[in-house]
Design a protein around this ligand. Structure first.
Ligand code: T6T
Length: 314
Protein backbone atom coordinates (compact mmCIF):
# COMPACT_ATOMS: atom_id res chain seq x y z
CA UNK A 1 0.00 0.00 0.00
CA UNK A 2 1.30 3.42 -0.82
CA UNK A 3 1.07 6.47 1.29
CA UNK A 4 0.15 9.96 0.23
CA UNK A 5 1.08 12.59 2.75
CA UNK A 6 0.10 16.22 3.01
CA UNK A 7 3.47 17.84 3.65
CA UNK A 8 3.86 21.55 4.34
CA UNK A 9 1.24 23.64 2.66
CA UNK A 10 0.63 21.60 -0.47
CA UNK A 11 -0.47 18.06 -1.06
CA UNK A 12 2.50 15.94 -1.99
CA UNK A 13 2.04 12.76 -3.94
CA UNK A 14 3.90 9.52 -3.62
CA UNK A 15 7.01 10.79 -5.27
CA UNK A 16 9.18 13.82 -4.98
CA UNK A 17 12.07 14.85 -7.14
CA UNK A 18 12.80 15.42 -10.74
CA UNK A 19 11.54 12.09 -11.97
CA UNK A 20 13.56 10.07 -14.41
CA UNK A 21 13.26 8.04 -17.54
CA UNK A 22 13.95 4.49 -18.50
CA UNK A 23 17.48 5.26 -19.66
CA UNK A 24 18.59 6.49 -16.23
CA UNK A 25 17.22 3.26 -14.76
CA UNK A 26 16.90 3.37 -11.00
CA UNK A 27 20.05 5.27 -10.06
CA UNK A 28 18.04 8.22 -8.72
CA UNK A 29 15.33 6.15 -7.08
CA UNK A 30 14.92 5.90 -3.34
CA UNK A 31 12.25 3.82 -1.66
CA UNK A 32 11.01 4.50 1.87
CA UNK A 33 9.36 1.60 3.67
CA UNK A 34 7.96 2.88 7.00
CA UNK A 35 6.68 0.66 9.80
CA UNK A 36 3.03 1.27 9.03
CA UNK A 37 0.90 3.35 6.70
CA UNK A 38 -1.16 6.45 7.51
CA UNK A 39 0.45 7.07 10.87
CA UNK A 40 1.53 10.59 11.92
CA UNK A 41 5.07 9.61 12.97
CA UNK A 42 5.87 8.02 9.62
CA UNK A 43 3.92 10.64 7.63
CA UNK A 44 6.12 13.32 9.20
CA UNK A 45 9.18 11.21 8.40
CA UNK A 46 8.03 10.82 4.80
CA UNK A 47 7.56 14.57 4.46
CA UNK A 48 11.13 15.23 5.62
CA UNK A 49 12.47 12.51 3.31
CA UNK A 50 10.49 13.67 0.27
CA UNK A 51 11.58 17.26 0.63
CA UNK A 52 15.24 16.31 0.96
CA UNK A 53 15.09 13.88 -1.98
CA UNK A 54 13.64 16.60 -4.17
CA UNK A 55 16.38 19.01 -3.09
CA UNK A 56 19.09 16.51 -3.93
CA UNK A 57 17.57 15.52 -7.29
CA UNK A 58 16.30 12.08 -6.31
CA UNK A 59 12.88 10.50 -6.54
CA UNK A 60 11.44 9.03 -3.35
CA UNK A 61 8.61 6.53 -3.39
CA UNK A 62 6.92 5.35 -0.21
CA UNK A 63 5.46 1.88 0.24
CA UNK A 64 4.05 1.15 3.68
CA UNK A 65 2.49 -1.97 5.19
CA UNK A 66 -1.12 -1.75 6.35
CA UNK A 67 -0.10 -2.80 9.84
CA UNK A 68 3.13 -2.70 11.86
CA UNK A 69 3.77 -6.30 10.93
CA UNK A 70 6.89 -8.11 9.73
CA UNK A 71 5.00 -10.44 7.36
CA UNK A 72 3.30 -7.55 5.60
CA UNK A 73 6.52 -5.56 5.46
CA UNK A 74 8.39 -8.58 4.10
CA UNK A 75 5.95 -8.82 1.17
CA UNK A 76 6.73 -5.20 0.25
CA UNK A 77 10.49 -5.62 0.61
CA UNK A 78 10.51 -8.88 -1.37
CA UNK A 79 8.64 -7.18 -4.22
CA UNK A 80 11.38 -4.53 -4.40
CA UNK A 81 13.86 -7.22 -5.35
CA UNK A 82 12.38 -7.44 -8.85
CA UNK A 83 13.20 -3.80 -9.58
CA UNK A 84 15.54 -2.67 -6.81
CA UNK A 85 15.84 1.03 -5.99
CA UNK A 86 19.27 2.64 -5.64
CA UNK A 87 18.65 2.94 -1.91
CA UNK A 88 16.12 1.59 0.55
CA UNK A 89 15.22 3.61 3.64
CA UNK A 90 13.45 1.25 5.98
CA UNK A 91 12.05 1.07 9.51
CA UNK A 92 12.35 -2.69 10.19
CA UNK A 93 9.22 -3.86 12.04
CA UNK A 94 11.15 -6.72 13.63
CA UNK A 95 14.82 -6.57 14.53
CA UNK A 96 15.41 -10.17 13.41
CA UNK A 97 12.63 -11.24 11.05
CA UNK A 98 13.37 -8.39 8.63
CA UNK A 99 17.04 -9.32 8.30
CA UNK A 100 16.68 -11.84 5.44
CA UNK A 101 14.36 -9.76 3.22
CA UNK A 102 16.47 -6.61 3.68
CA UNK A 103 19.69 -8.53 3.05
CA UNK A 104 18.19 -9.86 -0.19
CA UNK A 105 17.57 -6.35 -1.49
CA UNK A 106 21.06 -5.35 -0.40
CA UNK A 107 22.46 -8.27 -2.38
CA UNK A 108 20.97 -6.69 -5.50
CA UNK A 109 23.20 -3.62 -4.95
CA UNK A 110 20.73 -1.43 -3.07
CA UNK A 111 22.13 0.76 -0.27
CA UNK A 112 20.30 0.22 3.02
CA UNK A 113 19.55 2.99 5.51
CA UNK A 114 17.61 2.32 8.69
CA UNK A 115 15.22 5.02 9.81
CA UNK A 116 13.67 4.87 13.30
CA UNK A 117 13.90 1.14 14.11
CA UNK A 118 16.90 -1.05 13.32
CA UNK A 119 18.00 -4.65 12.89
CA UNK A 120 20.02 -6.44 15.56
CA UNK A 121 22.58 -7.24 12.87
CA UNK A 122 24.54 -4.02 12.51
CA UNK A 123 26.37 -5.14 9.35
CA UNK A 124 23.49 -4.62 6.91
CA UNK A 125 22.75 -0.90 6.93
CA UNK A 126 25.17 1.76 5.73
CA UNK A 127 23.62 4.17 8.21
CA UNK A 128 20.96 4.22 10.95
CA UNK A 129 19.08 7.30 12.07
CA UNK A 130 16.87 7.23 15.15
CA UNK A 131 16.02 9.01 18.36
CA UNK A 132 18.06 8.07 21.40
CA UNK A 133 15.25 5.84 22.59
CA UNK A 134 16.97 4.73 25.79
CA UNK A 135 17.42 8.37 26.74
CA UNK A 136 13.76 8.95 25.81
CA UNK A 137 12.67 6.23 28.23
CA UNK A 138 14.82 7.78 30.96
CA UNK A 139 13.32 11.18 30.27
CA UNK A 140 9.83 9.68 30.54
CA UNK A 141 10.69 8.14 33.94
CA UNK A 142 12.06 11.46 35.18
CA UNK A 143 8.87 13.17 34.03
CA UNK A 144 6.81 10.49 35.78
CA UNK A 145 8.81 10.92 39.02
CA UNK A 146 8.33 14.68 38.92
CA UNK A 147 4.57 14.24 38.43
CA UNK A 148 4.34 11.76 41.32
CA UNK A 149 6.19 14.04 43.69
CA UNK A 150 6.63 12.15 46.96
CA UNK A 151 3.69 9.86 46.37
CA UNK A 152 4.70 6.19 46.25
CA UNK A 153 3.08 3.83 43.77
CA UNK A 154 3.40 1.50 40.81
CA UNK A 155 3.89 2.41 37.18
CA UNK A 156 2.95 0.30 34.19
CA UNK A 157 4.87 0.22 30.92
CA UNK A 158 2.97 -0.39 27.68
CA UNK A 159 5.18 -1.71 24.89
CA UNK A 160 4.16 -2.54 21.31
CA UNK A 161 5.45 -5.82 19.84
CA UNK A 162 8.51 -7.76 21.00
CA UNK A 163 11.31 -7.24 18.46
CA UNK A 164 10.63 -3.53 17.95
CA UNK A 165 14.03 -1.99 18.67
CA UNK A 166 12.77 1.50 19.50
CA UNK A 167 10.02 0.78 22.00
CA UNK A 168 12.13 -1.94 23.65
CA UNK A 169 14.87 0.63 24.26
CA UNK A 170 12.33 3.11 25.64
CA UNK A 171 10.93 0.52 28.06
CA UNK A 172 14.43 -0.43 29.17
CA UNK A 173 15.52 3.18 29.64
CA UNK A 174 12.38 3.83 31.67
CA UNK A 175 12.86 0.79 33.92
CA UNK A 176 16.54 1.59 34.47
CA UNK A 177 15.77 5.17 35.47
CA UNK A 178 13.00 4.02 37.86
CA UNK A 179 15.76 2.54 40.02
CA UNK A 180 16.78 6.12 40.81
CA UNK A 181 13.28 6.89 42.10
CA UNK A 182 12.64 4.44 44.96
CA UNK A 183 9.07 5.69 45.48
CA UNK A 184 8.12 4.32 42.08
CA UNK A 185 7.82 0.59 41.54
CA UNK A 186 7.58 -1.04 38.11
CA UNK A 187 4.31 -2.90 37.53
CA UNK A 188 6.00 -4.57 34.58
CA UNK A 189 5.88 -4.33 30.80
CA UNK A 190 2.77 -5.28 28.83
CA UNK A 191 2.84 -5.87 25.07
CA UNK A 192 -0.09 -4.61 23.01
CA UNK A 193 0.59 -5.70 19.42
CA UNK A 194 0.68 -1.94 18.67
CA UNK A 195 -3.14 -1.98 18.83
CA UNK A 196 -4.85 0.79 20.85
CA UNK A 197 -7.65 -1.61 21.85
CA UNK A 198 -5.19 -4.00 23.41
CA UNK A 199 -3.46 -1.16 25.23
CA UNK A 200 -6.84 -0.04 26.60
CA UNK A 201 -7.62 -3.57 27.88
CA UNK A 202 -4.19 -3.88 29.49
CA UNK A 203 -4.84 -0.63 31.35
CA UNK A 204 -8.27 -1.82 32.48
CA UNK A 205 -6.68 -5.02 33.80
CA UNK A 206 -3.83 -3.16 35.51
CA UNK A 207 -6.23 -0.79 37.26
CA UNK A 208 -8.01 -3.84 38.70
CA UNK A 209 -4.89 -5.78 39.67
CA UNK A 210 -2.69 -2.92 40.90
CA UNK A 211 -4.56 -0.69 43.35
CA UNK A 212 -1.54 1.61 43.85
CA UNK A 213 -1.12 2.28 40.12
CA UNK A 214 -0.14 5.94 39.82
CA UNK A 215 1.38 6.11 36.37
CA UNK A 216 1.51 4.64 32.89
CA UNK A 217 4.35 5.00 30.40
CA UNK A 218 3.08 4.44 26.87
CA UNK A 219 6.09 3.78 24.64
CA UNK A 220 4.49 5.07 21.44
CA UNK A 221 1.50 6.68 19.81
CA UNK A 222 -0.89 3.72 19.69
CA UNK A 223 -0.16 2.55 23.22
CA UNK A 224 -0.76 6.11 24.40
CA UNK A 225 -4.06 6.42 22.59
CA UNK A 226 -5.20 3.08 24.01
CA UNK A 227 -4.04 3.98 27.53
CA UNK A 228 -6.03 7.22 27.40
CA UNK A 229 -9.11 5.21 26.39
CA UNK A 230 -8.57 2.74 29.24
CA UNK A 231 -8.23 5.55 31.79
CA UNK A 232 -11.26 7.37 30.37
CA UNK A 233 -13.39 4.20 30.58
CA UNK A 234 -12.41 3.76 34.24
CA UNK A 235 -12.94 7.40 35.16
CA UNK A 236 -9.25 7.63 36.09
CA UNK A 237 -8.13 10.47 33.85
CA UNK A 238 -5.82 12.74 35.81
CA UNK A 239 -5.68 10.32 38.77
CA UNK A 240 -3.21 8.04 37.03
CA UNK A 241 -0.49 10.00 35.26
CA UNK A 242 0.00 9.14 31.61
CA UNK A 243 3.34 9.89 29.99
CA UNK A 244 3.37 9.11 26.29
CA UNK A 245 5.90 8.98 23.49
CA UNK A 246 5.39 10.87 20.21
CA UNK A 247 3.26 13.92 19.47
CA UNK A 248 0.47 12.89 17.10
CA UNK A 249 -2.50 15.25 16.70
CA UNK A 250 -4.58 12.98 18.93
CA UNK A 251 -1.88 12.82 21.63
CA UNK A 252 -1.43 16.58 21.53
CA UNK A 253 -5.19 16.98 21.86
CA UNK A 254 -5.10 14.57 24.82
CA UNK A 255 -2.31 16.58 26.47
CA UNK A 256 -4.39 19.75 26.16
CA UNK A 257 -7.41 17.98 27.65
CA UNK A 258 -5.41 16.62 30.58
CA UNK A 259 -5.54 12.97 29.49
CA UNK A 260 -1.75 12.91 29.17
CA UNK A 261 0.49 14.66 31.68
CA UNK A 262 3.57 14.49 29.47
CA UNK A 263 4.75 13.58 25.97
CA UNK A 264 8.21 12.80 24.66
CA UNK A 265 8.18 14.10 21.09
CA UNK A 266 10.54 12.76 18.46
CA UNK A 267 11.64 14.60 15.32
CA UNK A 268 10.52 12.20 12.58
CA UNK A 269 10.96 14.75 9.78
CA UNK A 270 14.65 15.12 10.74
CA UNK A 271 15.00 11.32 10.70
CA UNK A 272 13.60 11.30 7.15
CA UNK A 273 15.79 14.19 6.03
CA UNK A 274 18.96 12.65 7.42
CA UNK A 275 18.01 9.24 6.09
CA UNK A 276 17.92 10.63 2.56
CA UNK A 277 21.17 12.54 3.07
CA UNK A 278 22.95 9.37 4.20
CA UNK A 279 21.47 7.29 1.39
CA UNK A 280 22.57 9.83 -1.19
CA UNK A 281 26.04 10.10 0.37
CA UNK A 282 26.36 6.31 0.14
CA UNK A 283 25.24 6.35 -3.50
CA UNK A 284 27.58 9.17 -4.45
CA UNK A 285 30.61 7.70 -2.69
CA UNK A 286 30.73 10.44 -0.08
CA UNK A 287 31.41 9.89 3.64
CA UNK A 288 28.55 8.17 5.43
CA UNK A 289 27.86 8.38 9.17
CA UNK A 290 27.00 4.97 10.61
CA UNK A 291 24.76 6.20 13.45
CA UNK A 292 22.87 9.46 13.74
CA UNK A 293 20.63 10.57 16.57
CA UNK A 294 17.60 12.83 16.21
CA UNK A 295 16.44 15.09 19.01
CA UNK A 296 13.77 14.38 21.62
CA UNK A 297 11.67 16.95 23.45
CA UNK A 298 9.72 16.54 26.67
CA UNK A 299 6.42 18.43 26.44
CA UNK A 300 3.85 19.14 29.15
CA UNK A 301 0.55 21.01 29.05
CA UNK A 302 2.22 24.15 30.42
CA UNK A 303 4.80 24.44 27.66
CA UNK A 304 2.94 22.82 24.78
CA UNK A 305 2.16 26.00 22.87
CA UNK A 306 5.83 26.97 22.83
CA UNK A 307 6.65 23.49 21.54
CA UNK A 308 4.09 23.24 18.75
CA UNK A 309 6.86 22.92 16.16
CA UNK A 310 7.41 19.39 17.44
CA UNK A 311 3.84 18.25 16.76
CA UNK A 312 3.51 15.64 14.02
CA UNK A 313 1.68 15.97 10.71
CA UNK A 314 -1.29 13.83 9.83
O1 T6T B 1 7.05 5.78 18.08
C1 T6T B 1 7.02 5.66 16.68
C2 T6T B 1 8.24 4.91 16.23
O2 T6T B 1 9.40 5.55 16.70
C3 T6T B 1 8.20 3.47 16.73
O3 T6T B 1 9.27 2.76 16.23
C4 T6T B 1 6.89 2.80 16.35
O4 T6T B 1 5.81 3.59 16.76
C5 T6T B 1 5.78 4.92 16.25
O5 T6T B 1 5.70 4.87 14.88
C6 T6T B 1 4.54 5.65 16.78
O6 T6T B 1 3.39 4.93 16.56
Amino acid sequence: ASLVAACGSGQVGQSGGSGDSANTANSKKLTLVPGVQAEPFYISMQCGAQEEAKKLGYELTTQAPQKFDATMQTTIVNALGANPPAALLIAPTDDQAMLAPIQQVKNRGTKIVEVDTSLQDKSVAASSISSDNTAGGKLAAQTMAKLAGDKPGSVLILDTIAGTSTTAARAKGFEDELKNHPNLKSAGIQFTDNEPDQAASKVTAALASTPDLIGIFATNLNTGEGAATGLRNAGKIGQVNLVGFDASPSEVDGLRKGEYQGLIAQDPAAIGTQGVQQAVAALEGKPVTRNLTAELHSITKDDMDANSKYFYKQ
